[in-house]
Write a protein that binds this ligand. Structure first.
Ligand code: PBG
Length: 311
């Protein structure tokens, strides 16, 4: 009866699974801060994505790494770079897997900021044309959605126009609309090798004290043409998720970020909590608060746990 009366349920059918791809071939590299995660070559990343899809994961979010960083992050729009190659390989093998690509420069710039860095701050308007090229390169490779996470103003409107001009009107945009400056991105920055070498991201990411500002950013992105909007970190933004759910009528994505995953993992390793129960409880809470879909490092585990229950 408890099951029958449950108001919300979360399952792997609503997850998005992050995958990191790096240049070159050869074996996968472990990521110490994200247990169970690896930096794959494009081909191995695609193979892993297929494996996840076969286990029940409906969507992946691809992050690229670069070995040739420069001040403007131009490797980000290399049409033969790891992200583009991985997208093509996935689409060849599993056309039903939804492929989303991260559009940002932080893994491609030598200073590690999400945009062009000049005089101690990010140059918003100089960054936009570069993000346009990245989005078009990913769309050309066959991405279903591009997800601009650089937090530049007007990035959604500019990408929409650029995609339309380039002949990709059907490539969707997931706006990282409310991305709070957060301590919980630490493990990701090790994974993507994207820690800023000077300064921090507070100049372009949202102040966690500001919920109204977050809602304003979400409304802007919807007006600029975002097909979905994303809020992160998830667990520390439940109020924003709930309010956004009432205000906008596009699907809302929450990102349970690397630090949220690492926290559960580290405690479970010490025997202080049960990873599976904690993962399910937090994901269900994020869904209950208003997220339709959740980007989570638990996506594949969740699919496998569900499989165990069926078997
Ligand atoms: C940067 C980006 C970040 C994440 C996704 N895209 C980190 C940052 O702003 O430093 C974090 C995701 C995570 O922590 O899992 N463009």
């Amino acid at each position: 009866m408890r099951e029958w009366l449950a108001e919300s349920r979360f399952d792997s059918g609503r997850t998005i699974y992050p995958i990191f791809v790096r240049p070159g071939t050869g074996s996968r590299e472990t990521i110490a801060s994200l247990p169970g995660f690896f930096r794959y070559s494009a081909e191995d990343g695609a193979r892993h994505a297929c494996e996840a899809h076969d286990a029940g994961v409906p969507a992946v979010l691809l992050f690229g790494l670069s070995h040739h960083k420069d001040p403007r992050g131009k490797e980000a729009y290399n049409r033969d770079g790891p992200v583009a190659r991985c997208v093509r390989a996935i689409k060849r093998q599993r056309p039903t897997l939804v492929v989303i690509t991260d559009v940002c420069l932080c893994a491609y710039t030598d200073h590690g900021h999400c945009g062009v860095w000049s005089n101690g701050q990010v140059d918003n308007d100089a960054t936009l044309p570069i993000l346009e090229k990245v989005a078009v390169a990913h769309a050309a490779a066959g991405a279903d959605f591009v997800a601009p996470s650089a937090m530049m103003d007007h990035q959604v409107a500019r990408l929409r126009a650029a995609l339309d001009r380039a002949g990709y009107p059907e490539t969707g945009i997931i706006g990282y609309s409310a991305k709070f400056a957060s301590a919980f991105y630490g493990p990701f920055r090790e994974a993507a090798d994207s820690t800023p070498s000077e300064g921090d991201r507070r100049g372009y990411q949202l102040d966690p004290r500001n919920a109204r500002e977050a809602l304003r950013e979400i409304e802007h992105d919807v007006a600029e043409g975002a097909d979905l909007v994303l809020i992160k970190p998830a667990l520390s933004s439940l109020d924003v998720l709930a309010k956004a759910r009432e205000r906008v009528h596009v699907p809302i994505v929450a990102y349970q970020v690397s630090g949220e995953y690492a926290m559960i993992h580290a405690a479970a390793d010490r025997g202080w909590l049960d990873a599976r129960a904690a993962a399910l409880e937090t994901l269900t809470a994020i869904h209950r608060a208003g997220a339709d879909l959740i980007v989570t490092y638990f996506a594949l585990s969740l699919a496998r746990w569900e499989q165990e229950r069926v078997d």
